[in-house]
Design a binder for this molecule. Structure first.
Ligand code: C2E
Ligand code: MG
Ligand code: MG
Length: 293
C-alpha cells in the first residue's frame, strides 16, 4: 500500500537524521521492528504511572572518611507487565521526548522522599542519611518546579537537608542566568545540589563558581579507567582538586574494584558508590544497609 511505503520511508528518514547530517538509511525489517518496539514502549509508558508499574531501586553511597553509608541514590525502574524489569536507559529518552518525564519525575521525587522519611521514623540512625534524586531538563524547565519541590517536602515531612538533587552540566549551562534563579530557589529549601556525570558535558568554569553546587559526581567512565597499577588517575585527580578548590565535595560513581577505591582514597575523594559496595537494590534490601546504631 502507498501509505505503508510512505510510513517506511519516514522511518528510514528518521533513522538517517539520527545518524547525523548528510546521511542516508535504507529501510529494512529490523528498522521496522525497532520502530514498533519504541512506539509500543511509548504507548505503554503513558499508562505505567496509573498502573503503578514504576519502582525505585537504591544504591548506597559511602563516606570514604568513615566507611559508612551516608546516603542512597534513587534509581528508577519500570516493571513492565510483559517485558519484565526495564532500566532507565531504555525509556528515559522516550519519557523526555513525550514530556511524560514531568509526572514520572515528580513521582520519583515524592516516592524517594517518602521512603527516606519512613526509614527515619523506623531508625533514628537514618536521620542524617540523604536521598539523591536525578532530575531531567524538562522537569527543571517547569515554571513551578521549586513550588512542587516545597510541596513534596512538606507533604512527606522530609527535611530539605536530607535531599540531594542531581543535575548534569549541560542542563545547568543550557539555561544560563535562569539557572541561577532556579538553583537559588532550590538552595533556599536547604536541598543539596550535585552535578552528575561530571566531566562528560560542557562546563563553564566561571558559572561553576557562581552556582551554589555542593558536590561534583565524577563520571563512571573516568573511575572505571583506573587500572590495577593505578594508571589513568589524572582526570579523576583533576576533578577532585577542582571540587576541593571550589570548597565542595567530590563523589565517585561506578567504583567496581578495591584498587579503584584505594586510588580514590589516596586522591582525597569524599564519597563513593558502585558495584564494589553494592548494586542498586530494592527498598527492603536498602533498609538492611542503613547504619543500625
Ligand atoms: P546515573 O544517575 O549516572 O546513575 C548511575 C548509573 O550507573 C545507574 O544506572 C547505576 O545502576 C549504574 N551503576 C552504579 N554503579 C555502577 C558500577 O559500579 N558499575 C556499572 N557498570 N554501573 C554502575 P541506571 O540505574 O541504569 O540509570 C542510568 C541513568 O538513568 C542514570 O545515570 C540517570 O541518568 C538516569 N536515571 C535513573 N533514574 C532516573 C530518574 O528517576 N529520573 C531521571 N531523570 N533519570 C534517571
Ligand atoms: Mg545520578
Ligand atoms: Mg552519573
Amino acid at each position: 500500500m502507498a501509505t505503508d511505503l510512505l510510513r517506511d520511508a519516514d522511518i528510514a528518514m528518521y533513522r538517517a537524521k539520527a545518524l547525523g547530517k548528510g546521511r542516508y538509511a535504507v529501510f529494512d525489517r529490523e528498522m521496522y521492528a525497532q520502530t514498533l518496539h519504541l512506539s509500543q514502549i511509548e504507548t505503554d509508558l503513558c499508562y505505567a504511572l496509573d498502573r503503578q508499574e514504576f519502582l525505585l531501586y537504591y544504591q548506597p553511597i559511602v563516606s570514604l572518611a568513615s566507611d559508612r553509608v551516608t546516603g542512597f541514590e534513587a534509581l528508577l525502574r519500570w516493571q513492565h507487565p510483559e517485558k519484565g524489569l526495564i532500566y532507565p536507559g531504555d525509556f528515559i529518552a522516550i519519557a523526555e521526548e513525550t514530556g511524560l518525564i514531568v509526572p514520572i519525575g515528580e513521582w520519583v521525587l515524592r516516592e524517594a522522599c517518602q521512603q527516606l522519611r519512613t526509614w527515619q521514623q523506623k531508625l533514628p540512625s537514618a536521620s542524617s542519611i540523604y536521598i539523591s534524586v536525578n532530575l531531567s531538563s524538562r522537569q527543571i524547565k517547569q515554571f513551578d518546579f521549586v513550588d512542587k519541590l516545597a510541596k513534596i517536602l512538606s507533604d512527606t515531612g522530609l527535611n530539605g537537608q536530607n535531599l540531594r538533587l542531581e543535575l548534569t552540566e549541560t542542563m545547568l549551562m543550557d539555561r544560563g542566568e535562569k539557572t541561577i534563579e532556579l538553583l537559588g530557589g532550590i538552595k533556599a529549601q536547604k536541598i543539596q545540589l550535585i552535578i552528575d556525570d561530571f566531566g562528560t558535558g560542557y562546563s563553564c568554569l566561571s558559572y561553576l563558581h557562581r552556582f551554589p553546587i555542593d558536590a561534583l559526581k565524577i563520571d563512571r567512565s573516568f573511575v572505571s579507567s583506573i587500572d590495577a597499577q593505578g594508571n589513568n588517575c589524572e582526570i579523576v585527580k583533576t576533578i577532585i582538586t577542582l571540587a576541593h578548590s571550589l570548597g565542595i565535595k567530590a563523589i565517585a560513581e561506578g567504583v567496581e574494584t578495591s584498587y579503584q577505591l584505594a586510588q580514590l582514597r589516596n586522591l582525597g575523594c569524599d564519597e563513593a558508590q558502585g558495584y564494589f559496595f553494592s548494586q542498586p537494590v530494592n527498598c527492603h534490601l536498602a533498609e538492611a544497609l542503613l547504619p543500625n546504631v
